[in-house]
Design a binder for this molecule. Sequence first.
Ligand code: AGP
Length: 617
Amino acid sequence: MCGIVGYIGGQQAAPLLLEGLTRLEHRGYDSAGLAVLGPSGVRVAKQAGRVRDLGDGLPKRFTGKIGIGHTRWATHGPATDANAHPHTDESGRVAVVHNGIIDNAAALRLELADAGVELVSDTDTEVLAHLVARSTADTLEARTAEALARVEGTYGIAVTHADFPDRIVVARNGSPLIIGVGKNEMHVASDLAALVRYTTTVAHLADGEMATVTADGFSTYLVRTIDGAGHVGLAATDRRASEVEIDPSSYDAGEHDSFMHKEMLEQPARAEAVLRGRLDEKFGTGHLGGLNLDARELRAIKRVKILGCGSAYYVGQMGAALIEELARIPADAEAASEFRYRNPIIEPDTLYVAVSQSGETIDTLLAVQEIQRKGGFVIGLVNVVGSAIAREVDGGIYLHAGPEVAVASTKALTNMFLAFAMLAVQLGRVRDLSISDGRRLIAGLNAIPGQVAEVLGREEELAEVARELAGAENLFFVGRVRGFPVAREGAQKFKEISYRHAEAYQTSELKHGPLALISPEVPTVAIVPDDELVERNVAALHEIAARGGPLTVVTHAGVDLGDLERTARRIDVPRSERELDPILLTIPLQVLAYHAALSLGHDIDKPRNLAKSVTVE
Ligand code: AGP
């Protein structure tokens, strides 16, 4: 949510900053801006709209070899030119870009206004520029630290000052900040995506840490308050840069029209990556070393509680069903965004599981902290290595999905499911799951990457269905038990990028109300695996058909839809082990959402009002 870039070195900063912002646009894309520090002081260009608009409108001579940039997802104030970052003080000598939220911004704004400062934006960030400018400390580091000492909330910031033209000062508290080391030049970013084209030698700041970045290197420190007057001291820390193993091309969409398309098609390979080395065929179990739990501790678990947001929550529901079924441990999933607000009971023999692609989602992170504050044990299913949630949890399973750029999550979700399946098998095998069942499931898991590829290979056929569904303003996605979280995820993906109203319902609940909405204008996508509920599911579909509702049935070959065969459209997915069905039923729903959005001409990777990582409450 929002992206920061910075550059200092021998080249002109503006083109590099624009390039970095383009790479970060998935983090927020309602406005963008940059500030460069050149011979004539600080120059700022910023506006509502996309990074390309900013680039197009940039004056020819926008020179300076130091600069900071930002792409915004509005929190305080609408997307306007004035609210875009960077923000400056009244003299225009200080420029600040900021990710995160300053909770006491209203009070600070009042205080500044009382002191005669004219605030020109609605943002919380602007106060930082004024606070830095008003500090009388000797160094930019101390001025920034004094400003930050006044602030409550979260931030990743980068600051330039015309009086200190050889440096950028950066700081982190709850919002990522990375320094990239180049040759006689340095980069700053909130996300690796903006750096990897220039360098893979990086240092991640820790929460509470600040750094000075010059063209030759960087130094880091922690801030100590030394007196009641708000003066601060800086204590050096020994943060070093290290190499990250990353293929820079993973941040390029390549020949694909969107990252979502690329990431969907990557799923077979990424699914193999999450399973690699973690399946024990001999003993029919999972081998998840990162859990930091031995067999005795796994056996002592009495309950599993899964927390995630949005699609991660829906996959969490799939995971809870797997765990209950295979390990016979009570398990459920809850939206992490609601969890801590009900003063949850944290039990010592419950395994808490936080699920997150980004590892940055603030609601999930705060749920982890609530659990840990109350003494609970929490593991993470996280994709981004070294992210906040990955660092805070007591153990976990990395998802190895590779960088996911599209707002609509696909490959990370598939790998979440597979990680849950391995966890469920491992929990089951220290209980009553037999070795033959364990082996059956391990074989099933091994087959999944190839089966995912099989579904994706039918893209054209699915695109045709999608184009038809895209014509409806309102749709239902329905399923039961294992199929219900699949329906929820299908509806989420569809609404997220097609902007159609897609509502997920338990098939069994339709007749208790929503059946009233069924009509020839309201299609239903029904999830009907060939399981113990298939006949009941098919019966409910007749109730929809009888009201003229068009049906698309995601099912298995051989499932007899009776006289619905004449009118319903069917999408058959490969058969897996029943417990593993949900993931193969989910894949065509991704393709439907993608092609519906494509046919409607939407920006697939940057759906309106959304951003990739939700780092604000
Ligand atoms: C998925 O398509 C959505 N964009 C969204 O629901 C997402 O899954 C959710 O915000 C959680 O993100 P996380 O996995 O990074 O925590």
